[in-house]
Design a protein around this ligand. Structure first.
Ligand code: XIL
Length: 330
Protein backbone atom coordinates (compact mmCIF):
# COMPACT_ATOMS: atom_id res chain seq x y z
CA UNK A 1 0.00 0.00 0.00
CA UNK A 2 2.84 2.42 0.80
CA UNK A 3 4.48 1.72 -2.55
CA UNK A 4 1.18 2.12 -4.38
CA UNK A 5 0.86 5.51 -2.65
CA UNK A 6 4.19 6.54 -4.21
CA UNK A 7 6.27 6.14 -1.06
CA UNK A 8 9.53 4.19 -0.81
CA UNK A 9 8.42 2.30 2.27
CA UNK A 10 6.45 1.73 5.41
CA UNK A 11 9.11 0.69 7.89
CA UNK A 12 10.01 0.03 11.48
CA UNK A 13 12.79 0.48 13.98
CA UNK A 14 13.97 -2.66 15.75
CA UNK A 15 16.53 -4.19 18.04
CA UNK A 16 16.98 -7.69 16.71
CA UNK A 17 18.57 -10.84 18.13
CA UNK A 18 22.24 -10.86 17.26
CA UNK A 19 22.34 -7.21 18.29
CA UNK A 20 21.80 -7.97 21.95
CA UNK A 21 18.10 -8.75 22.14
CA UNK A 22 16.51 -12.02 23.32
CA UNK A 23 15.14 -14.41 20.71
CA UNK A 24 11.47 -13.84 19.94
CA UNK A 25 10.24 -16.00 17.09
CA UNK A 26 6.95 -14.15 16.66
CA UNK A 27 8.54 -10.71 16.78
CA UNK A 28 11.06 -11.68 14.10
CA UNK A 29 8.36 -13.29 11.99
CA UNK A 30 6.57 -9.93 11.89
CA UNK A 31 9.80 -7.97 11.35
CA UNK A 32 10.41 -10.19 8.32
CA UNK A 33 6.85 -9.77 7.03
CA UNK A 34 7.48 -8.04 3.72
CA UNK A 35 3.80 -7.12 3.40
CA UNK A 36 4.18 -4.85 6.41
CA UNK A 37 7.75 -3.53 6.44
CA UNK A 38 9.89 -2.38 3.52
CA UNK A 39 12.38 -0.47 5.66
CA UNK A 40 14.22 -1.02 8.92
CA UNK A 41 16.04 1.33 11.27
CA UNK A 42 18.38 -0.05 13.95
CA UNK A 43 17.00 1.29 17.23
CA UNK A 44 20.39 1.18 18.97
CA UNK A 45 23.16 -0.94 17.46
CA UNK A 46 24.61 1.73 15.13
CA UNK A 47 24.91 4.36 17.84
CA UNK A 48 28.29 5.78 18.86
CA UNK A 49 28.83 3.70 22.01
CA UNK A 50 28.37 0.44 20.11
CA UNK A 51 30.27 1.27 16.91
CA UNK A 52 33.30 3.04 18.41
CA UNK A 53 33.45 1.74 22.00
CA UNK A 54 37.09 2.80 22.32
CA UNK A 55 38.72 5.61 20.42
CA UNK A 56 39.68 4.44 16.94
CA UNK A 57 38.38 0.90 17.60
CA UNK A 58 35.36 0.25 15.42
CA UNK A 59 32.92 -2.62 15.95
CA UNK A 60 30.92 -3.22 12.82
CA UNK A 61 29.66 -6.72 13.68
CA UNK A 62 26.27 -5.90 15.22
CA UNK A 63 25.44 -3.22 12.62
CA UNK A 64 26.37 -5.62 9.80
CA UNK A 65 24.14 -8.30 11.32
CA UNK A 66 21.28 -5.82 11.33
CA UNK A 67 21.91 -4.86 7.71
CA UNK A 68 22.11 -8.49 6.64
CA UNK A 69 18.86 -9.46 8.37
CA UNK A 70 17.05 -6.42 6.95
CA UNK A 71 18.44 -6.93 3.45
CA UNK A 72 17.44 -10.61 3.50
CA UNK A 73 13.85 -9.37 3.14
CA UNK A 74 14.83 -6.55 0.72
CA UNK A 75 14.35 -3.72 3.18
CA UNK A 76 15.84 -0.29 2.85
CA UNK A 77 17.86 0.60 5.97
CA UNK A 78 17.88 4.09 7.47
CA UNK A 79 21.18 3.92 9.32
CA UNK A 80 20.84 5.67 12.69
CA UNK A 81 22.77 7.65 13.95
CA UNK A 82 26.27 9.17 13.80
CA UNK A 83 26.42 12.18 16.14
CA UNK A 84 24.02 12.50 19.09
CA UNK A 85 24.38 13.61 22.69
CA UNK A 86 23.14 10.26 24.03
CA UNK A 87 24.42 6.69 23.97
CA UNK A 88 28.02 7.89 23.83
CA UNK A 89 30.96 5.84 25.16
CA UNK A 90 32.61 7.13 28.31
CA UNK A 91 35.82 7.90 26.40
CA UNK A 92 33.79 10.67 24.74
CA UNK A 93 31.77 11.88 27.74
CA UNK A 94 34.50 11.55 30.37
CA UNK A 95 37.84 11.83 28.55
CA UNK A 96 41.13 11.28 30.36
CA UNK A 97 42.34 14.60 28.96
CA UNK A 98 39.67 17.29 28.50
CA UNK A 99 38.63 17.83 24.89
CA UNK A 100 39.60 20.91 22.99
CA UNK A 101 37.72 22.17 19.97
CA UNK A 102 40.40 20.61 17.74
CA UNK A 103 40.58 17.20 19.44
CA UNK A 104 36.82 16.68 19.64
CA UNK A 105 36.34 17.90 16.08
CA UNK A 106 38.84 15.25 14.99
CA UNK A 107 36.83 12.61 16.87
CA UNK A 108 33.66 13.63 15.03
CA UNK A 109 35.44 13.59 11.69
CA UNK A 110 36.99 10.17 12.20
CA UNK A 111 33.78 8.61 13.55
CA UNK A 112 31.51 9.95 10.82
CA UNK A 113 33.90 9.51 7.90
CA UNK A 114 34.92 5.94 8.74
CA UNK A 115 31.40 4.69 9.35
CA UNK A 116 29.84 6.27 6.28
CA UNK A 117 32.71 4.94 4.17
CA UNK A 118 32.60 1.47 5.74
CA UNK A 119 28.88 0.78 5.20
CA UNK A 120 28.66 2.70 1.94
CA UNK A 121 25.49 2.14 -0.02
CA UNK A 122 24.30 -0.68 2.24
CA UNK A 123 22.54 2.18 4.03
CA UNK A 124 19.80 4.03 2.18
CA UNK A 125 20.55 7.02 4.40
CA UNK A 126 22.37 8.12 7.53
CA UNK A 127 20.97 10.27 10.29
CA UNK A 128 24.20 12.25 10.47
CA UNK A 129 23.22 14.46 13.37
CA UNK A 130 20.39 13.63 15.76
CA UNK A 131 18.49 16.07 17.97
CA UNK A 132 20.80 19.10 17.94
CA UNK A 133 18.10 21.60 18.88
CA UNK A 134 16.43 22.29 22.22
CA UNK A 135 12.77 22.64 23.17
CA UNK A 136 13.41 25.51 25.53
CA UNK A 137 14.01 28.03 24.21
CA UNK A 138 12.67 26.25 21.15
CA UNK A 139 15.11 26.26 18.26
CA UNK A 140 18.20 27.12 20.28
CA UNK A 141 21.03 24.59 20.15
CA UNK A 142 20.80 21.92 22.84
CA UNK A 143 23.64 22.94 25.12
CA UNK A 144 23.60 19.69 27.10
CA UNK A 145 25.51 17.94 24.33
CA UNK A 146 29.25 17.52 24.89
CA UNK A 147 29.74 18.33 21.21
CA UNK A 148 27.99 21.67 21.60
CA UNK A 149 29.68 22.32 24.90
CA UNK A 150 33.18 22.00 23.43
CA UNK A 151 32.71 23.06 19.80
CA UNK A 152 29.52 25.11 19.63
CA UNK A 153 27.06 24.96 16.71
CA UNK A 154 29.88 24.25 14.26
CA UNK A 155 29.88 20.60 15.37
CA UNK A 156 26.75 20.00 13.29
CA UNK A 157 28.36 21.44 10.16
CA UNK A 158 31.55 19.47 10.83
CA UNK A 159 29.63 16.19 11.09
CA UNK A 160 27.84 16.82 7.80
CA UNK A 161 31.12 17.87 6.17
CA UNK A 162 32.73 14.58 7.22
CA UNK A 163 29.78 12.57 5.88
CA UNK A 164 29.81 14.59 2.65
CA UNK A 165 33.53 13.93 2.19
CA UNK A 166 33.03 10.19 2.69
CA UNK A 167 30.20 10.17 0.14
CA UNK A 168 32.07 12.21 -2.47
CA UNK A 169 35.45 10.47 -2.07
CA UNK A 170 33.79 7.07 -2.49
CA UNK A 171 31.14 8.07 -5.05
CA UNK A 172 28.36 6.81 -2.77
CA UNK A 173 24.63 7.33 -3.21
CA UNK A 174 23.80 7.17 0.50
CA UNK A 175 21.51 10.03 1.56
CA UNK A 176 22.35 12.32 4.47
CA UNK A 177 19.61 13.33 6.92
CA UNK A 178 19.15 15.56 9.94
CA UNK A 179 16.72 13.95 12.44
CA UNK A 180 14.83 15.54 15.35
CA UNK A 181 11.58 15.64 17.36
CA UNK A 182 9.14 18.50 17.89
CA UNK A 183 9.90 19.60 14.33
CA UNK A 184 6.75 17.88 13.02
CA UNK A 185 4.78 21.16 13.11
CA UNK A 186 5.69 24.76 12.28
CA UNK A 187 7.41 26.63 15.10
CA UNK A 188 10.80 27.84 16.23
CA UNK A 189 12.35 24.39 16.43
CA UNK A 190 11.20 23.44 12.94
CA UNK A 191 12.45 26.82 11.70
CA UNK A 192 15.86 26.11 13.23
CA UNK A 193 16.04 22.82 11.34
CA UNK A 194 15.04 24.61 8.14
CA UNK A 195 17.79 27.20 8.72
CA UNK A 196 20.28 24.37 9.19
CA UNK A 197 19.25 22.86 5.84
CA UNK A 198 19.75 26.22 4.11
CA UNK A 199 23.08 26.78 5.83
CA UNK A 200 24.44 23.37 4.80
CA UNK A 201 23.29 23.88 1.22
CA UNK A 202 24.92 27.32 1.11
CA UNK A 203 28.19 25.67 2.17
CA UNK A 204 27.89 22.99 -0.56
CA UNK A 205 27.58 20.32 2.12
CA UNK A 206 25.26 17.40 1.35
CA UNK A 207 21.86 17.32 3.06
CA UNK A 208 19.19 15.21 1.39
CA UNK A 209 16.48 15.06 3.96
CA UNK A 210 15.06 15.76 7.39
CA UNK A 211 13.66 13.09 9.66
CA UNK A 212 10.53 14.03 11.57
CA UNK A 213 10.62 11.69 14.56
CA UNK A 214 6.91 11.92 15.44
CA UNK A 215 6.84 10.53 18.98
CA UNK A 216 3.30 11.66 19.55
CA UNK A 217 0.89 11.64 22.50
CA UNK A 218 -2.66 10.42 21.95
CA UNK A 219 -4.94 13.40 21.27
CA UNK A 220 -1.99 15.81 21.05
CA UNK A 221 -0.76 14.71 17.62
CA UNK A 222 -0.47 17.69 15.25
CA UNK A 223 -3.31 17.74 12.72
CA UNK A 224 -2.78 16.32 9.26
CA UNK A 225 -2.93 19.86 7.81
CA UNK A 226 -0.35 21.10 10.29
CA UNK A 227 2.00 18.19 9.54
CA UNK A 228 1.57 18.69 5.80
CA UNK A 229 2.33 22.42 6.01
CA UNK A 230 5.46 21.64 8.00
CA UNK A 231 6.61 18.95 5.57
CA UNK A 232 6.17 21.38 2.68
CA UNK A 233 8.27 24.00 4.46
CA UNK A 234 11.15 21.51 4.31
CA UNK A 235 10.55 20.15 0.83
CA UNK A 236 10.43 23.74 -0.49
CA UNK A 237 14.11 23.95 0.49
CA UNK A 238 14.96 21.06 -1.83
CA UNK A 239 15.17 18.22 0.71
CA UNK A 240 13.01 15.19 1.34
CA UNK A 241 11.30 14.45 4.62
CA UNK A 242 10.50 11.12 6.26
CA UNK A 243 8.46 10.23 9.31
CA UNK A 244 11.22 8.38 11.14
CA UNK A 245 10.13 7.32 14.64
CA UNK A 246 6.34 7.28 14.76
CA UNK A 247 4.58 6.08 17.91
CA UNK A 248 1.53 7.38 19.75
CA UNK A 249 1.73 6.88 23.50
CA UNK A 250 -1.03 7.14 26.07
CA UNK A 251 -1.53 6.85 29.82
CA UNK A 252 -1.92 3.21 30.85
CA UNK A 253 -4.29 1.46 30.82
CA UNK A 254 -5.82 2.52 27.49
CA UNK A 255 -9.49 3.48 27.41
CA UNK A 256 -11.75 2.80 24.42
CA UNK A 257 -11.64 6.53 23.66
CA UNK A 258 -7.82 6.48 23.72
CA UNK A 259 -7.77 3.62 21.28
CA UNK A 260 -10.12 5.42 18.88
CA UNK A 261 -8.05 8.59 19.10
CA UNK A 262 -4.84 6.63 18.54
CA UNK A 263 -6.21 5.32 15.24
CA UNK A 264 -6.94 8.91 14.18
CA UNK A 265 -3.45 10.05 15.23
CA UNK A 266 -1.69 7.32 13.25
CA UNK A 267 -4.01 8.04 10.32
CA UNK A 268 -3.29 11.79 10.22
CA UNK A 269 0.47 11.27 10.30
CA UNK A 270 0.55 8.63 7.57
CA UNK A 271 -1.96 10.60 5.48
CA UNK A 272 0.20 13.74 5.74
CA UNK A 273 3.18 11.83 4.35
CA UNK A 274 1.05 10.40 1.55
CA UNK A 275 -0.16 13.90 0.62
CA UNK A 276 3.34 15.40 0.32
CA UNK A 277 5.42 14.27 -2.67
CA UNK A 278 8.77 14.82 -0.94
CA UNK A 279 7.79 12.66 2.04
CA UNK A 280 9.48 9.40 1.17
CA UNK A 281 8.08 7.08 3.82
CA UNK A 282 6.90 6.38 7.33
CA UNK A 283 8.85 4.42 9.93
CA UNK A 284 7.36 3.40 13.29
CA UNK A 285 9.65 3.32 16.35
CA UNK A 286 9.21 -0.40 16.78
CA UNK A 287 6.00 -2.22 16.01
CA UNK A 288 5.35 -4.27 19.14
CA UNK A 289 4.46 -2.82 22.56
CA UNK A 290 6.51 -5.59 24.19
CA UNK A 291 9.72 -3.94 22.97
CA UNK A 292 8.68 -0.28 22.86
CA UNK A 293 10.98 2.29 24.45
CA UNK A 294 7.94 4.19 25.80
CA UNK A 295 7.22 2.53 29.19
CA UNK A 296 10.84 2.79 30.33
CA UNK A 297 11.16 6.41 29.18
CA UNK A 298 7.75 7.92 30.01
CA UNK A 299 6.53 6.58 33.36
CA UNK A 300 2.98 5.24 33.31
CA UNK A 301 2.66 5.47 29.53
CA UNK A 302 2.67 2.86 26.78
CA UNK A 303 0.43 1.11 24.25
CA UNK A 304 2.07 3.24 21.54
CA UNK A 305 2.82 0.69 18.81
CA UNK A 306 0.85 -1.14 16.11
CA UNK A 307 0.95 -4.65 17.59
CA UNK A 308 0.89 -6.25 21.01
CA UNK A 309 1.58 -9.70 22.39
CA UNK A 310 -1.30 -10.57 24.72
CA UNK A 311 0.61 -13.64 25.93
CA UNK A 312 3.86 -11.73 26.51
CA UNK A 313 7.24 -12.00 24.82
CA UNK A 314 7.67 -14.83 22.29
CA UNK A 315 3.93 -15.39 21.82
CA UNK A 316 1.80 -14.49 18.76
CA UNK A 317 1.32 -10.83 17.86
CA UNK A 318 -2.08 -9.19 17.50
CA UNK A 319 -2.73 -6.18 15.25
CA UNK A 320 -4.19 -3.15 16.99
CA UNK A 321 -6.78 -0.84 15.45
CA UNK A 322 -3.93 1.63 14.78
CA UNK A 323 -2.58 -0.79 12.16
CA UNK A 324 -5.80 -0.40 10.17
CA UNK A 325 -5.59 3.37 10.62
CA UNK A 326 -2.21 3.36 8.89
CA UNK A 327 -3.43 1.09 6.12
CA UNK A 328 -6.48 3.26 5.51
CA UNK A 329 -4.29 6.35 5.15
CA UNK A 330 -2.14 4.75 2.44
C1 XIL B 1 15.91 5.18 21.93
C2 XIL B 1 15.84 3.67 21.92
O1 XIL B 1 14.61 3.24 21.43
C3 XIL B 1 16.04 3.14 23.33
O2 XIL B 1 16.12 1.72 23.32
C4 XIL B 1 17.32 3.72 23.93
O3 XIL B 1 17.43 3.33 25.27
C5 XIL B 1 17.31 5.24 23.84
O4 XIL B 1 17.11 5.64 22.49
N1 XIL B 1 15.01 9.56 19.50
C6 XIL B 1 15.91 8.84 18.74
C7 XIL B 1 16.15 7.40 19.04
O5 XIL B 1 16.43 9.37 17.75
O6 XIL B 1 17.48 7.03 18.79
C8 XIL B 1 15.77 7.06 20.46
O7 XIL B 1 15.86 5.65 20.60
C9 XIL B 1 14.38 7.56 20.78
C10 XIL B 1 14.31 9.05 20.65
Amino acid sequence: AAKAAGKLWFGTAADIPGTGEPEDFYYMQEFNNTHDFGEATPANIMKFMFVEPEQGVFNFTGPQEFLDVAHATDKYVRCHNLIWKSELPTWVTAPAVPWTNATLSAVIYEHVYNIVEHFGDQCYSWDVVNEAFADSPAGSYDNSSIFYDVIGPAYVVEAFQAATDAVRNNSLSVKLFYNDYNIEYLGNKSSAAQALVSDLKARDIQIDGVGLESHFIVGETPSQASQEANMRAFTALGVNVAVTELDVRLPLPPTAADETQQVADYYSTVAACVAVDGCIGVTVWDFDDTYSWIPSTFAGQGYGDLFLQPGGANTPLVKKAAYDGCLEAL
